[in-house]
Structures are given as C-alpha cells and as structure tokens.
Design a protein. Sequence first.
Lengths: 147, 416
Amino acid sequence: MELDSLYQEVILDHYKHPQNKGLTSEFSAQVHHVNTSCGDEITLNVTIKDRKISGISWDGQGCSISQASVSILSELLMDKTLEEAEVITQSFSNLMASKGTSAGDPEVLEDAVAFAGVSKFPSRVKCALLGWMAFKDAAVQSQGEMK
Amino acid sequence: MPFSVADIRKDFPIFERTIRDGKRLVYLDSGATSQKPWTVINAESDFYSKHNAAVHRGAHQLAEEATDAYEGARAKVATFIGAQVDEVIFTKSATESLNLVAYAMGNAHQGNRFALTSADEIVVSEMEHHANLVPWQELAKRTGAKLSWFTVTEEGRLDLSGVNEVITERTKVVAITHQSNVLGTINPLDAITKRAHEVGAVVVLDACQSVPHMPVDVSELNVDFLAFSGHKAVGPTGVGILWGRSELLAQLPPFLTGGSMVSSVTMTDATWAPAPQKFEAGVPNMAQAVGLGAACDYLSTVGMQNIRNHEISLTDYALDKLSAISGIKIIGPTTNVSRGSTISFTLKEIHPHDLGQYLDSQGIAVRTGHHCAWPLAKSMKVQSTTRASFYLYNDERDVDALFEAVVNAQKYFGRF
C-alpha cells in the first residue's frame, strides 16, 4: 500500500518513543514554530558551543510525521558542527522537494531517509519540515547572539 | 418527491469518479465545500457560452440577458431565505460578506448609528470561525471598541447564562455563528437577539453552516445581517451572500467604492446608489451568482426540510456508530439535539492528520486540523480534530465506511 511508504516503521517508532523530548533549562537559542494550516507546534532548544551543536531538546504536539521528524533530527544533528548540520539540513530539504523521485542519501541523512515517502504527499511535506525549519531558525539566532 | 440519496447522487457528476485506485468516493467534507450538481455546473457554463456580458450596462441584447440572469438569481436567493430582493447582496464569499459589514461600520462617521468609538463594545463568541472573529478584532483595534465574547461549555454549547452581562448597554454589534463549523452545535438565537435589540445593537449571523442544511427564513430569525457562501450550498465558488434589513442597508456606508455603486459623481465627490447596488462595486461575479441561483432552485426542489430531516437521521446513526469506537472522543454535542450533521472527534492514539491520511487511502475525504477556529480548539482543549461533515448526498453506507476505516486505522497505526 502507498501509505506504507509514508508511515515507515522508523517514523512510527520515533513517534511512539520520541528522543530528546522535554526542554532543557539551558540553551543558546529557543524557537517556537507552528504549522498554521494544522496547528502542529514545536518548541526547540539548541545549544551551540564553538560552532558545534552540543544540545538539542524539544517539546511539541502534532502528527506522527512532524513529531518523528524532529525526534530524528535531534539525534542526527547532535555533536555536528554548524557546517555539517547545514549539509544535512540542505540534503533533507532537497529530499522533501523531490516529489518521490529521490530515496535520499543514507550516508548523510541516516534514519531521516525514512521520510523519502513523505515527499510523494505534498500536504505532508510541511509536517516533515516543521522541526527542520525550527532548527535553521535556532541556528541563525544562536549565531547572531555569539557575534 | 420522495427523498432518495441514490437519485440525488446521480445529479452530482463527481460521484461517477473513483478515488485512490478505484475506491468509491466517500465525501465527508461538505463543511469545507459541497459538491455541485449538473444544474449548477450547467447554469454557470450556459451563462458564459450563451449570455455573457457586463450586467447593468451596455445597450445590447446580451447585456439585457445577462442582467436578467443576474437579477433573476438575486430573486431566487431572496425567495430561498425569505428576504426582500433588494436586501440581497452578492459578494465573492461569506468572508467578504462579514468583512463588508465590519469595514462598512468602520467607515461610518459620528452621528451614523453604525459609528463605533472606544465607548462601544463588539460581542462575538469563542465558537466563531476565523471569518467571523478576525474582522471584528480588527474593527475593535481600528475604532478602540472593546471586544467581548460568549464562552463555550464543555459540551460545546454557547454559555448564555450571562447574556445580560456579555451584551451590555455599550454593545453596538453582536456577531455570532448559527451553526458551529467544528462542533455542529446549532445556537439558540432568541435570547441573544432579544438582549441585543434591547440595547440597540445589531446582530450579524454567520449562516455558512446552516443555510445549506436547514430551512432558514430571515423574516423569522430576528437577526439584522446574515452571511453565507454559495459553495457550501451546492453552488459555485467565488460567490457569497450578505443579507441585511433594508432600513439598515440604507444607513450602512459602503465598503468598496467604484463603478456601479454610485448615484452621481463629480471630480471631488460621489453619492451612493441604493442597496444592493451600493455594496456591489465593479462588474460582479455574474456566472457564479447565476450558478448560485440554480443551486437555490436545486435545494428547493429537494426541499430544505427534507435535507434537514435526512441529516438528523444520519447524525443519529453516525453518533451511535462512532461512539462505539474505543478511544474516540466526540468534540461537541453527543446528543442529537440542536445540532447539525458535522461531527468532530479525536482518537486517543492517532493524531487527526495521520487518521485523515489513512482515511484518504480508503477513499474517504475528511477535514483535519483546527478548522479555522483556533480559539475554539483551545477552549475545547484539543490541538486538532478530525471532522466528518455530511450532506444530502451522504447515506449510512458512508457512515459505515468511516466507521470501518477508523477501526482499521487503529489496527494500522497500532501495529508497532
């Protein structure tokens, strides 16, 4: 069933057992992003030291795609430099824009390639991107503060 | 003519197609927009192919025919809602109808009964669709008037216990929905209209979810303005209606100005044509208005009371059937009293967006999210819901399909 390409096991697993959920009290930047069309929301705390991500925590409410996506992101980007994180984020954005034509690069995206099927469902791409947009925003904000 | 869903479905060409690899279309999203019968599609198409010309201008036969068709549609809408013909204004949507009243009130100068100042109050409710909330918030900001509102009970009914405190001597306008687009609740209006008129306020009714589904007669409702959209009432998109009492329309300043709405124009000034022209600046949405006229004819032929009765029995069946699903919570009245056929619900384990996706894979179209009523979702303590909304072309088979698919979705998402 086409639906199975959307609801990969790894996605439902992260939805049921979210990683790094629960906000830390310390952070370099905190952002709150909302998908205005459905009301899904994510608060993301990012800690960056010496251009390296040393902490990601989040809280949120929403569908399995939006919540699993930020959960996977929180594992994937941990301990990465900002430059590495940018490569990964760009690769994920490209995958989401691929309309089902790309399987994603597992070397770069690891578990996040599970979202390849989402790109076939235009109305769900925004769900998958919610946490990633929040991260981009947080990264920019924390850099701004460092200057 | 006996009410037959099978016959009605034959009038709607969309039911000839299938969804997601050959599945029967189970369309449960009429609260967002309804499907269209051939008569409406043909009326709009015929206007373009046979009579198209700019109405109310042009010295030629086509202009005459177009004007007759457009004004004929106005008369049909008037009859449909029990109004006088010159009280019916064509807009592009119900959203525009509501904005028209709010902006026109904002245009009123001191001395006009509609003029608002910081001494005045505007009353809405927590149950409003954003279209009947945000324009009033903005009007309050522009004029300094205070915005206050009726709250909603846990069951999803308007809390009218403090009607005399919510509507005060300072209230100038009360904007309220007839039927909630999320909860299905049909609001009792008598206490509201009585108190509003007692203090000299006007009542603006958002009838988007009522006019398509039950007999609505403005001569009996005791409201002052009423808005609804064509596309939720088997009519075309791009056309809405604003009805207003003629004595009020005479005093209400215009919203949009320009051609067709003036009585005379000099280089520095203009005077207004009487309603409805005063509120219809520019070449109007003629084909859509004509299509809406055909929609009113279609609904009248089926019979609005027949549609209402059909939806009451379908709602009985659906509430009964859905309540049996484990983990389901119906958001809104669970008893079939003063409620329409819109049913919103949540499931313990499955987020509405995921459920909606599964239902779609089974050919079932529902709406998920906050349904453009964000404050209501917050007051009902839900982030989002799944909404099934029924109409004249739905039957028990559709309810059964929804029930089965929800149960199967629980199995599908419960597999890990």
